[in-house]
Design a protein around this ligand. Structure first.
Ligand code: C5P
Length: 234
């Protein structure tokens, strides 16, 4: 594992929930182990910016995963607002193109870590073909990663499967965050097509991993986190 940061500080819990009771239960159970919570379009639509404030009031950081993808003017103004909330990380779709990514980086002014989403982990090559993209997933990820780097984006969201290659082409300074984590096989992949274990992701060079349902749908989220910690020590 890279650097001296402990594994717990590198695990991000995705809160994709609409019940405030459940959100509170998840945070209560996991906050002794977790420093960053990811709020995506589900929880942000349900609760708005007050959830960001609540998490920050617990001395935890927020990864705001709204995956902006629009014309440069719209995205840059949205990034300006999001960065002003004091979030630690923000996402954009690299498919939005170089001008959009550059406008976002300029609006962010170095505040949040800007992460480019390359190919969603729910996609595989057949799924790309169906939307008219003829590249293999790996080639598409590489192309988008280089575009993001050249546009001044700080890091990438990527599947564990292309991590080793991505590290080689982007170098160590790029922050790589890996969702699509499943604990051990067989476990339900849900709608994820390209899954990897926590250990597999860190060994391949992830800086952070994002885990949602394996923790949030568990009856004992703290135990899942302890098991992950143990698997990382082995
Ligand atoms: O529940 P699960 O562990 O599959 O959650 C993964 C989280 O990471 C979800 O919030 C999803 O939106 C997000 N994500 C992803 N693939 C990406 C980018 C983000 O699964 N490429």
């Amino acid at each position: 594992m890279k650097g001296s940061t402990s594994s717990a500080e590198r695990i991000i819990v995705a809160i994709d929930e609409v019940s405030k009771d459940k959100v509170d239960r998840i945070i209560d159970a996991t906050s002794p182990f977790i420093g960053i919570y990811k709020i995506g379009s589900i929880a942000f639509t349900a609760f708005g910016p007050r959830l960001i404030d609540e998490i920050k009031n617990r001395n935890k950081e927020v990864f705001l995963d709204l995956k902006y993808f629009d014309i440069p003017n719209t995205v840059s103004k949205a990034v300006e607002q999001a960065a002003a909330y004091g979030v630690r990380m923000l996402t954009l779709h690299t498919l939005g193109g170089k001008e959009m990514l550059q406008a976002a980086a300029a609006a962010n002014r170095g505040r949040a870590t800007l992460l480019g989403v390359t190919v969603l982990t729910s996609f595989d090559t057949a799924g790309l073909r169906r939307v008219g993209i003829e590249h293999e997933t790996d080639a598409m990820v590489e192309r988008l990663a280089l575009l993001a780097r050249d546009a001044g984006i700080d890091g990438l969201v990527a599947s564990g499967h292309e991590l080793v290659h991505l590290r080689k082409i982007t170098g160590d300074s790029t922050v790589i965050v890996v969702p699509g984590i499943r604990l051990e096989q067989p476990s339900p992949a849900d709608d994820q097509k390209r899954v990897v274990s926590p250990r597999g992701a860190f060994d391949a060079g992830a800086d952070y991993i994002v885990i949602g349902r394996p923790i949030t749908d568990s009856r004992d989220p703290a135990k899942v986190l302890r098991d992950i910690s143990d698997s990382l020590k082995q």
